[in-house]
Design a protein around this ligand. Structure first.
Ligand code: DGY
Length: 321
């Protein structure tokens, strides 16, 4: 029986990615692709395992676990994986390396957007904006009061940046004009003694490191107990770098003043989660890179990485495995 219509490499895309990337793939004439045509629900795992069978390339987002099971299901044709994300904690790098699969990702294009959102979240948390709008809207706004809704200011403060990568630098650049007195950077190259680098000095601590075995739950009670009770904790990296029980404890006992989180474990965080009950915890639904420009750029970069990889050329942004 003659079945094969096209000899172009087959690609599966696990999400309806923004139009820029799809356009690049369509107009390349280089691949035939099928996609999970929704952005509202991720492709069910069972469907994904079916769809990847025999593909040459795969484009994914951070909701898909690319592990042994999935790579086995895909089989030996799979040569290129392109993730539309800068984070790669959803990928089993060892397995990918073992199988000689090349991996593209999307750093740089989202740095501005993530840094902007981090500053927004930091100010929202430290100046208690969510509480304030709630009070204004629900009748809590009485007379002007001298200490009502006071927060903590950046001017004259010490800001810690945990994870001195592209995003960490971009956050510091944006915070500097607020007249921060001192920045302390802690890099998170695999270093077991990292906890001791993080000391009590910070007024603000912004976490922007990758989630790796070394950074898993690195923000735990040891860290929070060393922070001042006026400190603000901000996380726009991955929820897994934080021990959320310890964070809840630190926030609810006044060990630290507030936290702003763009990322949690799990995602979405169930609405019944105790962190949602705290006034001093601002939780966003993983939107740091969510600007139209950035998401389109990420989509285009993911598409271009894939096409280059399939042609056997160097990708624009390729993970060294
Ligand atoms: C990433 O790219 O890893 C972010 O978490 C989503 O943009």
């Amino acid at each position: 029986v003659q079945r094969e219509m096209s000899t172009l490499p087959r690609v599966y895309i696990t999400r309806q990615i923004p139009p820029e990337g799809l356009k690049i793939l369509r107009e390349s004439g280089q691949v035939q692709f099928e996609l999970w045509d929704s952005d509202d629900v991720p492709v069910p795992r069972k469907e994904l395992l079916q769809k990847v069978k025999g593909v040459d390339g795969l484009v994914c987002v951070l909701t898909e676990k690319i592990d042994t099971e999935l790579l086995d299901a895909a089989g030996p044709n799979l040569k290129v994986l392109s993730t539309m994300s800068v984070g790669f904690d959803h990928l089993s790098l060892e397995e990918l390396k073992k199988r000689g699969i090349r991996v593209g990702y999307t750093p740089d294009v989202l740095t501005n957007s993530v840094a902007e959102l981090t500053v927004a979240l930091l100010l929202t948390t430290s100046r208690r904006l969510i509480e304030a709008t709630h009070e204004a809207k629900t009748g809590g706004w009485g007379t002007w009061r001298t200490l009502w809704l006071c927060g903590h200011e950046l001017a004259g403060s010490t800001v810690g940046i945990l994870g001195l990568g592209r995003i960490g630098v971009a956050i510091a650049e944006r915070l500097a004009p607020f007249k921060v007195k001192k920045f302390i950077y802690a890099d998170v190259a695999p270093r077991p003694e990292l906890a001791s680098v993080i000391n009590a000095e910070y007024d603000f601590l912004s976490v922007c490191c990758a989630l790796t075995p070394e950074t898993k739950e690195i923000c735990n009670k040891d860290l929070f107990s060393k922070m001042k009770n006026t400190s603000i904790f901000i996380n726009t990296s991955r929820g897994g770098v934080v021990n959320q029980e310890d964070l809840y404890e630190a926030l609810s006992t006044g060990q630290i003043a507030g936290a702003g989180l763009d990322v949690t474990v799990p995602e979405p965080l169930p609405t019944s989660h105790p962190l949602f009950t705290l006034k001093n915890c601002v939780i966003l639904p993983h939107i740091a890179s969510a600007s139209y420009a950035t998401r389109n750029n990420m989509s285009a970069l993911a598409a271009n990485n894939l096409l280059l990889g399939l042609r056997g050329e160097p990708m624009i942004k390729e993970l060294k495995l």
